[in-house]
Design a protein around this ligand. Sequence first.
Ligand SMILES: NC(=O)C1=CN([C@@H]2O[C@H](COP(=O)(O)OP(=O)(O)OC[C@H]3O[C@@H](n4cnc5c(N)ncnc54)[C@H](O)[C@@H]3O)[C@@H](O)[C@H]2O)C=CC1
Ligand SMILES: O=C(O)C(=O)COP(=O)(O)O
Length: 525
Amino acid sequence: MFQVLAADSIKEQGLQPLLEWKQAQVYSGGIDSGLVSLEKVDALLVRSATKVTAELLDSMPSLKIVGRAGVGVDNIDITAATKRGIVVVNAPDGNTISTAEHTFAMMAALMRNIPQAHANVKSGQWNRNQFIGNELYGKMLGIVGLGRIGSELAKRAKAFGMSVKVYDPFLTTERAEVLGVQLSTFDNVLQEADIISVHTPLTKETNGLLNERTLSKTKKGVYLLNCARGGIIDEMALAHFIEIGHVAGAALDVFKVEPPGDHPLLSLDSVIVTPHLGASTREAQLNVATQVATEIRSFFENKPVANSINLPAMSKDIYEKIQPFHQLAKQMGKIVSECHNKGVNELTATYSGTAAELETSYLTKALLAGFFENRIEVKVNEVNAIHIAKERGIMVGEKVTGNSFGYANTVTVTASGDGEAFTARGTYIDHYGPRIVSLDGFNIDFHPSGNLLYIQHMDRPGVIGNVGRILGDHDVNIATMQVGRKEAGGEAIMVLSFDKPLSDEMLTKLESLQDIVTINTITLS
Ligand SMILES: NC(=O)C1=CN([C@@H]2O[C@H](COP(=O)(O)OP(=O)(O)OC[C@H]3O[C@@H](n4cnc5c(N)ncnc54)[C@H](O)[C@@H]3O)[C@@H](O)[C@H]2O)C=CC1
Ligand SMILES: O=C(O)C(=O)COP(=O)(O)O
């Protein structure tokens, strides 16, 4: 049973995909609620309030996935999650409309002094002359970051007769044309816009994007909006520019630290604020909760997740094509690790035929996960595989070849280190399944599953018989047996499979047989 902790008041109705699933136990409550031991939590759902730090992740050793019921993942330490092999998913479009509408409402309220006038009337006054506003019509809106929310805001602004200028270094001119906005430089937006609204994520580049220097380039009397993330507009610089009368006013839904406490911006009459309400509508909360709950269930059911931050996104179609190779690559990683039970500093995966047409980087990560499974304590998966390989000084290479060795596809893995190398090759045959077709240069053909024994021996009469006899004497049933050799009388290998693992005693007996060189056990699922 998977233990799911839904923190930050995530809308329960949206958690239906998990609540109705018999394999999940869902707890709705904060991290410190004590509803469930953090050590046991498999999936954590958060909004922006819970800070998913490296320390919190350390206290949750069973955690496999973090779901952000919203867009911004700046409250989650993605690097720390990735290192620990924890998948992070978000709900990128469930709150777009709500946030764009909120931004628009804030813009209209800012231009017409609605919050200030409201407070005035509620306090028993009627000062109509104090609240002369400005029309939106005919004004130029500068949008910084034209993603999902920025685009929806642009549409609404145009409907109100505003012109829109955009700065977004990642937006193509074609896309700007489709959206009917003018793509421009940052400086140009600063110089020409009457109102500037930021809609970027908070990153190294956007932190303090609007600061003393850049604000000084704006028009006198400009209005600023931040319904994205606190910090994109430097708060102290903004307060200063308002105090000197350069910036006419600002509407803020977000702050660098939330709640902001006793903040200088809060004492300024021309600053209107909301407590991070952009996504707080019934509709958005239902959307984002349903999206992440569905993703988490898919993840536990081994189905593709669509919106992972630290895994490649995959459609259902692609996932179905890649799945058999994913399993094969993982098994091959394990086989190579066990057969070549030595130090390795380079791993190369070579793909051919239909395997080469797939997202091979994903297969290589699966292969690494299999390779590391019995080598290190840390749980390795597709999320942290490359990181772990780097940390352990293993160079990972990936190649594609036109030579399929007569098969429709092949996955070849070579592990090398200390002057020695070991190569395994596998293939996936439609309607038949995975096969390992070569080990250490020996042609062989076996199905990679169950309890396997890899025996290197000399090709001498009686060796195979001796192995069979010892197993038979101990009532051990051999399920399958494959042999391979390069030349008569030289080195040879055997791969045997059993219904259950062999005891240590059995292995010692087999190892002591004449002409046996090495024996390795491999357990595959
Ligand atoms: N107030 C609230 O409740 C909410 C706030 N947000 C915030 O809004 C942000 C935007 O959300 P979406 O539009 O859904 O994201 P998005 O990813 O669709 O759009 C972000 C845009 O910013 C652009 N961008 C990135 N770096 C930039 C830079 N240095 N300069 C200019 N543009 C840059 C990107 O190219 C992209 O087009 C989120 O990251 C989140 O922090 C999102 C939802 C609710
Ligand atoms: O989705 C986002 O990025 C948001 O900022 C919404 O935050 P919230 O889920 O309302 O705490």
